[in-house]
Ligand binder design. Structure first.
Ligand code: HPA
Ligand code: ZN
Length: 321
């Protein structure tokens, strides 16, 4: 059975926002533990609110949800729960995004956030990297200030990324801060081509010099760009259930993943914000496999791509590939 084959494949997850792994049950538990009011009476009420028409609909609820995260233990519990869930899906390596500005803006210290996340990463059996995202609806100066705050913790931060509202916030807005991050030895990624145009993917490559593209769906609108992504072997971290829930695709049968594979793009399958989009990594593989008729060979390519696109050292590469 397809489900068993997917479950048996060792995988890496390269596109996962840790705040997006906050399940409704933990949302309630932390709201109670911290005395934070939430506008929901039951877990079913919460799930009913997860009905999105676009990225911004989701982001409004996502930033509200993370308001229950206050202490180092909260960030530990959140991360530990995700890591256990990922391990259950036979994920061997994870590259986790976090959104420090979503927390420091509420008065939670940068050190509290990164302390809890890294303590959970250190306790886990699977290997990991940590990627700090800048919120693109905020200014580049605010991203610069966030990078300043991260300086004491750079030993624990492997890369920077760019997330939040894409339309109207092109990658070039963050040219300076990405160049500084590169100078600090950090890996670079950016969400591009989820709702924004193919030109944003080109800008992420040319202006930011990113090592991977997160999503990249709309790159398919530009033939020359597709040829370049294939030629340069750029990894795309695609998120099928996210795309469905945020109406980036109308139905899973219309998801571009098969077309991407057929072009020879280095695509991977990831869960993005699994607590909000209805499934962890295996559920994402199964959903596209069923809707697009992917076979075992395709699924094995996707899993292999996930390790090839990961920021692994030589010893880990040898272990996983
Ligand atoms: N897109 C942009 N920003 C995000 C996402 C996403 O899918 N998830 C969390 N922040
Ligand atoms: Zn994302």
């Amino acid at each position: 059975m397809m489900r068993d084959f997917v479950a048996g494949l060792p995988k890496a997850e390269l596109h996962l926002h840790i705040e997006g792994s906050l399940e409704p049950e933990m949302l309630f538990a932390l709201a109670e533990r911290n005395g934070v009011a939430i506008p929901f009476a039951t877990v079913d009420d919460v799930r009913a609110a997860y009905d999105f028409s676009n990225l911004q609909d989701f982001l409004d609820i996502y930033y509200q949800g993370m308001g229950v995260l206050l202490t180092e233990q909260d960030f530990y519990d959140l991360t530990a729960a995700y890591l256990a869930r990922a391990a259950a899906d036979n994920v061997r390596h994870v590259e986790i995004f976090f959104d420090p500005q979503g927390h420091t803006a509420r008065g939670v210290a940068f050190g509290t956030v990164i302390g809890g996340i890294t303590r959970a990463l250190d306790d886990a059996a699977i290997t990991s990297r940590l990627i700090m995202c800048f919120l693109r609806h905020l200014s580049e100066d605010e991203a610069e200030a966030t990078l300043d705050e991260a300086l004491p913790y750079l030993a624990r931060i492997d890369g920077v990324g760019l997330d939040s509202s894409e339309a109207g916030h092109p990658p070039a807005k963050f040219a300076r801060v990405f160049a500084r991050a590169r100078g600090l030895g950090l890996k670079l990624v950016a969400h591009a081509g989820e709702e924004g145009p193919a030109d944003y993917v080109i800008e992420a490559l040319d202006v930011l010099d990113v090592d991977r593209i997160d999503h990249g769906n709309r790159a398919l609108e530009d033939e020359g760009l597709v040829a370049r992504l294939v030629d340069e072997g750029v990894c795309l971290t695609v998120c099928p259930l996210s795309n469905l829930k945020l109406c980036v695709v109308e139905e899973m049968g219309l998801h571009p993943l098969r077309v991407m594979l057929d072009h020879g793009l280095k695509v991977t399958v990831n869960s993005d914000d699994p607590a909000y989009f209805g499934g962890y990594v295996n559920a994402n593989y199964v959903a596209v496999a069923e809707a697009l008729g992917l076979g075992r060979a395709d699924l094995a390519v996707l899993a292999r791509n996930s390790f090839e696109g990961a920021f692994l050292g030589a010893e880990e590469r040898a272990r996983y590939l």
